[in-house]
Design a protein around this ligand. Structure first.
Ligand code: HEM
Length: 444
């Protein structure tokens, strides 16, 4: 009977070894791929939240899950992407034993199955369903001649790291050689085969490990971003504090200007302190220049002026005009032209307009940035001033052709706009219109 039993067992062992090998080959292929896919998808997911370690150990506590990696990640660092993978891996353990058990049960006689059941209780299980395994194992060891020492699977999270360090399967299974029975190698083969599958399954947790490393990098980057955000926030606060300080200083400066330097504002203004002496009292218009009072004010071209001359392409320009007085019997003026697109300053001139007292005779004295100085004289009639060049002079290196004659006409139109028309004759061209422009008044 014993011999028959041994023969049957050997046949069984052979079949189990074969199945174990096949199982390993299958795992190498499809399961690794599935697991890798699973992990990649999960690792890519952002915002990991902490999950209890139980997720990882629901089926079995895997030593790899509890070891510290190089970057200091502990078992506590398991997160949903990893724990899902661990679950999956754990479920493979139950498959490796349970399904094999089911398949064999249907093909073996009852008596053999009974013996197998007894033997299986002492097999090194790597599934979590090992609640009373130790008890069963003790019983089996005392009643059976098969005495291989199974690897003791870690049971709880509180297990010490030493307990949880994975042992090589062979070492764990073959363990104490002296306790094997008449056919120790065969039984070891079975155990090694099954343990090999378990080991292979456990080795899949290396994916968990690498995903943990990825997670560690993500955490590290997130920490850096949070740190930078904190710095940015501090900088913003500093800037806003500086802004408010600048505002306060400006207010103080204005206050000081008002109290101690009543003329400072005007000195710093665009007019360059033109009205400096008249801050305290508004100058009275000198009655002599009353006939020209319609010219007073600041004027802006509206629309842009038109420039023409036979020698040049027609052009447009903007112009700002200031005509003022300081109580003297004359007007002060400045004409400042700008390019309509670039706003670059172009032609500029400034000077005075005088009236011969008790007459309508007007003298127009102008200095231009082109190096031209001219005096035009004429008459004011109502709200129209017509003048013509009386004398023209220029700098020695003035651009040619030189202007020889100039005429101007100013008029206040019925719509309140000021209009100016300039004609000139040069050394090459007879008297021709050069400029025409209308201005609207922007200040009194
Ligand atoms: C009464 C005042 C002005 C006089 C006497 C004057 C005189 C001249 C003269 C002699 C020329 C050369 C013409 C030629 O090459 O044949 C010239 C050209 C020109 N002027 Fe005037 N001009 C006056 C006002 C202005 C104003 C207000 C502008 C406005 C931007 C202007 C824009 C130009 C331009 C763009 C040219 C052609 C390019 C150049 O030669 O610089 N001029 N002007």
């Amino acid at each position: 009977m014993k011999e028959m039993e041994q023969v049957t067992l050997q046949a069984e062992i052979g079949s189990m070894s074969e199945q174990g090998e096949n199982f390993q080959v299958q795992l190498e292929g499809s399961l690794r791929r599935m697991l890798a896919d699973n992990l990649v998808t999960k690792v890519v997911q952002s915002k990991p939240e902490k999950q209890p370690l139980d997720d990882c150990t629901e089926t079995i506590i895997h030593p790899e899950c509890l070891k510290m990696d190089k970057s200091g990640i502990s078992a506590d660092d398991f997160t949903p992407p990893v724990s899902g993978a661990c679950k999956f891996i754990g479920s493979l353990h139950s498959y490796s034993f349970f399904s094999k058990h089911t398949r064999e049960r249907s093909s073996l006689p009852k008596e053999q199955l009974e013996r197998k059941r007894l033997r299986r209780t002492m097999e090194p299980s790597c599934s979590s369903n090992t609640g009373d395994q130790n008890t069963t194992l003790t019983e089996a060891t005392s009643t059976s001649s098969l005495t291989a020492i199974p690897q003791k699977p870690p049971q709880t999270i509180s297990a010490s790291p030493a307990d949880l360090t994975p042992k090589p399967a062979t070492e764990a299974v073959v363990g104490q050689k002296g306790e094997t029975d008449a056919n120790p190698m065969s039984i070891n083969e079975v155990i090694m085969s099954a343990s090999g599958a378990c080991k292979l399954i456990d080795s899949l947790h290396s994916y968990c490990f690498s995903s943990r490393q990825n997670k560690s990098q993500v955490c590290c980057l997130r920490e850096q971003v949070e740190k930078k955000n904190g710095e940015l926030k501090q900088l913003r606060q500093k800037i806003s504090r500086s802004d408010s300080q600048v505002r306060k200083l400006k207010e103080k400066l204005n206050e000081l200007k008002r109290i101690n330097f009543p003329f400072l504002n005007n000195l710093l203004s665009q007019d360059g302190g033109q009205y400096l002496l008249h801050l305290h009292k508004t100058p009275q218009l000198n009655p002599v220049i009353e006939p020209l009072s319609w010219m007073l004010g600041t004027w802006l071209s509206d629309p842009p002026g038109d420039g023409t001359f036979p020698t040049m392409k027609p052009f447009q320009y903007l112009e700002e005009v200031h005509i003022s007085h300081v109580g003297q019997p004359m007007l002060n003026f400045s004409f400042n032209a700008f390019h309509p697109d670039t706003r670059k300053p172009m032609h500029r001139e400034c000077g005075f307009i005088r009236i011969k007292p008790d007459t309508n005779k007007v003298a127009f004295i102008s200095a231009q940035n082109t190096g031209l100085v001219e005096v035009e004289e004429g008459e004011v009639n109502g709200q129209e001033l017509s003048i013509a060049s009386h004398s023209v002079a220029r700098i020695s290196f003035a651009k040619k052709p030189h202007v020889e004659q100039i005429t101007r006409k100013f008029r206040l139109n019925s719509d309140g706009k000021l209009e100016q028309t300039v004609c000139m004759g040069t050394t090459t061209q007879p008297m021709t219109q050069h400029l025409h422009i209308t201005y609207k008044k922007v200040t009194p």
